[in-house]
Every structure is written in C-alpha cells, then in structure tokens.
Design a protein around this ligand. Structure first.
Ligand SMILES: NCCC[C@H](NC(=O)CCC(=O)O)C(=O)O
Ligand SMILES: NC(=O)OP(=O)(O)O
Length: 314
C-alpha cells in the first residue's frame, strides 16, 4: 500500500479488517514494524479522535510521531503559478517536499471550503500533498472522504452484526452548521465496496449526495420508511451537494430519536462523532445500550494501525 485516500486503496477490505482485528487483540504484536520510522500528522482542521487514535496506532507500531497543526504555521499556497505576494508564505511544493525529508508516512487532514464544488471534489489539498510528497500519504479526512473512519465503521458493523447482510441506513440529520459531505460519501463508498450489507441512504430533498457516491436507487427521502427493519442506523449531517454547501433549518423532523429507533429491528446507533446531542440524536438514543459511538471511536485506533502497518510492510 503506497497511499490511503479512498476505498480504491483497499482492494481487499476483509484482509484489512483481519489486520485491524489482529492489532486489537495484540496491540504491540507488530511493534517492530515502526522501528526508526517517523510518522507526521498534519492537521488543517480540528480533531480529537483522528489525532489521538492515529498517534496511538503509530506508537503501538513502534513509530515516532510528530503532530503539527498547520493553522499555527506558515500559510500554505496550493495554486500552481501563484504570485505569492499576499498571505501565503510557502508553496505546497516546498511544504510537502520538506515534510518528506522528515518522515516515512505523511498523514493529512483538510476539510473542504464548501464554496467551490469543483475545487473541493478535486480534493485539491490532499492531491497536492500526494503529488509533491515523496513518502506515502494517508488521509485523515479530506474534502471528499474519511477513509479511516469508514474502515473503523466496517469493523464496528462486522463486530456487531448478527446476520450476514444487515440492513444499514445512513441517515441525514439536522445540524446548526454547514458540514462537509465526506463522512457520508466515504461511508457509502465503503459499504458498497465491502458488499456485505444492504445500504439505504435517507436524506431530505435537495440533500442527495453526489451520484458517484450514492446511486439514486438506494436513496430515499422518507426517513421513517428507511428505518423499518434496519439493523444499523448511521446518522450524519451534511450540507447540500447540488446547491453546493447549502444548509437549511427547515427540513422537518430528521433528528434520530427513540420513536424512530422503535421502527427498526432493534438497530444499533452509529455516529462518527463529534455529535450535537438533541439535534442530530436524542440523549435517549445515544445513551442507550444500542449506541456504538464509543466502540466506533475505539476502532479508529485499530483501523489506523492496520493501514499504517500495511504501509510499513506488515
Ligand atoms: N471528523 C468527523 C466529522 C468532522 C466534521 N464535523 C464537524 O465539523 C462538526 C463540527 C460541529 O459540530 O460544530 C464533518 O462533519 O465532516
Ligand atoms: N470522527 C472523527 O474523525 O473525529 P475527529 O474529527 O475528532 O478526529
């Protein structure tokens, strides 16, 4: 594995899940892989889970880790040919080249701007690091995808399913802010590629994900109908793809609550976190025994360890 940006970099998801399970059972079993190796985590946006779980995973593999908040450093320019006489002090060509001198794996988090769909969906920042770094690049969430989250979600579903093809519903939920589509895009991409669940996506009119991620045949605008018989409810807000970046305060009642969960097949509740309680999901649902949010967060470590370990030759 030379990079980890999307499900395309994980041609055998079950093999990667097997590695994640092995790390979970024996966290230091491959501590030799990272001897004298350096991992740099570069964050352009906030993080709790990704930051700590990726550091933990790297350390358990025996790596050294440096985590760098790009917001506290020189402003980085991404446009080729830019006349840099404004606020950016350093071009990504140098930044990626320099960081490559210091590490063996470069992990990057960069959210979309949610203004220019074409630029966001080119995954401009992540692709610039891929192009100009000389070491493998791992996505810690880009403008379009969050693959380490999705791998952890596959693991969580695999651990808790009680049938071979559970019904999984990815449901839009309300949020006071404008959020990226990447967690939802990635979850859909991984569930479909994995092929071991029946995926339905429920969202209000106007909030369909990009067709490349959400084939229209599996999309419904009727949340209650989608919940019927579901085994897993995966909640997430995202801003609009079509009217790019639009949000709305008027989407009716899309909060995941106890009454809606009662329509399901005693479904597990999932969310990548952080989550707005009593907006996205009621306290009663997230605090219930069927909630898997902490197990998902725990599995972020094993997903990261499987990916970093594979890049290191494990
Ligand atoms: N890394 C997981 C989710 C990150 C981001 N959520 C957020 O920005 C939530 C912020 C807030 O609730 O204010 C998203 O939706 O892609
Ligand atoms: N789920 C997730 O990626 O959380 P952070 O944004 O806190 O890393």
């Amino acid at each position: 594995m030379q990079q980890f940006l999307s499900v395309a970099d994980a041609p055998d998801i079950n093999a990667l899940l097997e590695k994640a399970r092995a790390h979970k059972a024996n966290p230091f079993g491959q501590h030799h892989l990272g001897k004298q190796k350096m991992v740099i985590n570069l964050f352009f946006n906030p993080s709790l889970r990704t930051r700590i779980s990726t550091e933990k995973a790297a350390r358990q593999l025996g790596c050294d880790v440096i985590t760098y908040d790009a917001g506290g450093g020189w402003g980085i320019e991404f446009e080729d040919g830019a006349v840099m006489n404004l606020n950016t002090a350093e071009h990504v060509r140098e930044a990626a080249g320099v960081l490559s001198q210091y590490c063996d794996i470069l992990c990057v988090r960069s959210f979309p701007g949610l203004k220019d769909r074409e630029a966001d969906y080119r995954d401009q920042v992540m692709q610039a690091f891929v192009r100009h770094a000389t070491v493998p690049v791992v996505s810690l969430e880009s403008a379009t995808r969050h693959p380490l989250q999705s791998l952890a979600d596959c693991l969580t579903i695999a651990e808790h399913r009680t049938k071979s093809r559970p019904k999984v519903v990815l449901t839009w939920a309300p949020h006071p802010r404008q959020l990226p589509q990447c967690v939802a895009n990635s979850f859909a991409e991984w569930m479909l590629a994995w092929g071991e669940v029946d995926l339905t996506i429920a969202n209000p009119e106007g909030f369909d994900l990009a067709p490349a991620f959400a084939p229209p045949a599996i999309v419904t605008h009727d949340q209650r109908a989608a919940f019927a018989g579901a085994d897993f409810i995966y909640a997430k807000n995202w801003s609009a793809y079509t009217d790019y970046g639009a949000t709305t305060a008027d989407c009716g009642d899309w909060t995941v609550d106890e009454a809606k969960m009662a329509l399901t097949n005693d479904a597990h509740f999932m969310h990548c976190l952080p989550v707005r309680r009593n907006v996205v999901v009621s306290d009663g649902v997230i605090d219930s025994k069927r909630s898997l949010v902490l197990q998902q967060a725990n599995n972020r470590t094993w997903a990261a360890q499987a990916v970093l370990g594979t890049i290191l030759g494990g």
